[in-house]
Design a protein around this ligand. Structure first.
Ligand code: COI
Length: 381
């Protein structure tokens, strides 16, 4: 347990943790900079069972918060002890769902260095989502510096190499009180972290999906293409029904024609046929996944033809392989898909050749095990 529990002022975008302006408010080390405290007190790994990490909430040491009035700009972010936050019952996020989230991961390398993967992409996606949700957003620089500060403050929770990653969850929520339907008068940007292992209980084994053709997660003109919290509430019903029947998750169809693939509750979908990789095009109802985009680039760099287009549900019937991508799920092979009572199975018992190749290439990059020719990783020390 750390020796102090007071707020640590941190001005994102003003030089990060190395800035002399960043002083920890600690009764024990009042003059210590955050960077000193982080480096001296987080070298010991947290005392948890690193071998049994799943994708579940584990409370850590610190969170980051930064506030902003409607029409204003974010400033004066700070690290503070991880814990509950206070919300007015009339907060915009509670009443009208005015909120966005992001997800990214930090990996620990063998040499102790910690790597982030494309954090500026999350920052940009949050900015675009904030515009759609009528919220102010942190700048890309503020976002990235805040992520770095939060990870460094919770360094002891970054799993050892090969045991998982530190999942980073930035939130942007309307915290000001509002009664009539309107943008909230105040916003909070918050980052918390949690060590994670595999997302699906299947681990790296193939998952079993069911295609949902009645309930939809997004509509044209709606918010399916931004990472708003309501998109995830919308999938809970279909997902619960599917899980109760033994499926891993749900694959959604477009709500107009009910025949084009959209995405899975928490990830994007790819279909492989004759070595051509296809994925639904981004057209407003599908989340523009950062792993999706990275896998497309990695696949193309390895010589694959990748098509972003309308993918008809019937294409699942004679696909060679199907796989999902996302920050949480990484690259997950699909073992079977059930559509209107008909079950189609793919590679028995493991990754298909294409998804295995892409999983290996992507994760070696993310973990710093291969040269980062794309310049996607950001080292923290
Ligand atoms: C992520 O992959 O980071 C996501 O946001 C999915 C989440 C709902 C677990």
């Amino acid at each position: 347990m750390w020796a102090y529990s007071f707020v640590v002022p941190f001005v994102a975008g003003k030089g990060g943790l190395s800035s002399n302006a960043l002083q920890a408010v600690s009764p024990f080390r009042p003059d210590a900079a955050v960077s000193d405290i982080c480096s001296s007190e987080t070298t010991e790994l947290a005392d948890i069972d690193w071998d049994s990490l799943g994708f579940a909430y584990v409370p850590t040491d610190y969170m980051y918060t930064m506030k902003c009035a409607r029409g204003g700009i974010f400033s004066k972010g700070e690290l503070q002890r991880f814990g509950n936050i206070e919300l007015n019952p009339s907060a915009g996020v509670l009443n009208y769902g005015q909120g966005l989230f992001e997800g990214l991961k930090a990996y620990r390398k063998e040499d102790g260095n910690i790597l982030l993967f494309r954090p500026e992409e999350n920052a940009l996606r949050m900015k675009i989502g904030a515009e759609r949700m009528c919220m102010p957003s942190p700048t890309v620089e503020q976002f990235v510096e805040a992520v770095k500060a939060t990870v460094l403050a919770n360094k002891r929770w970054v799993p050892p190499p090969g045991k998982g990653s530190l999942y980073i969850r930035p939130l942007l929520i309307g915290t000001g009180a509002v009664l009539g339907v309107a943008p909230a008068p105040e916003y909070t940007f918050l980052i918390y972290v949690s060590p994670v292992g595999n997302y699906f209980k299947e681990g790296v084994a193939p998952i079993n999906l069911i295609v949902e053709h009645e309930l939809h997660r997004a509509t044209p003109g709606g918010t399916g293409g931004v990472k708003t919290i309501g998109n995830y509430a919308a999938v809970l019903k279909a997902q619960s029904i599917a899980k109760a029947k033994g499926y891993s998750d749900v694959l959604y169809l477009d709500c107009v024609h009910k025949k084009y693939l959209e995405e899975v509750s928490s990830c994007n979908i790819f279909v492989v046929k004759d070595n051509v990789i296809s994925t639904p095009a981004i057209k407003g109802t599908i989340l523009p996944g950062i792993t999706r985009k990275s896998v497309i680039d990695v696949a193309r760099s390895q010589g694959f033809q990748v098509e972003e287009r309308l993918v008809v549900v019937d294409e699942l019937l004679d696909a060679d392989e199907v796989f999902c991508t996302g920050t949480a799920v990484v690259v997950s092979p699909v073992g079977s898909i059930t559509y209107k009572g008909k079950r189609v199975s793919y590679e028995e018992g493991g990754f298909g050749a294409v998804s295995q190749q892409l999983y290996t290439a992507l994760t070696r990059l993310q973990m710093g095990l291969t040269e980062d020719k794309m310049n996607w990783t950001v080292g923290l020390n």
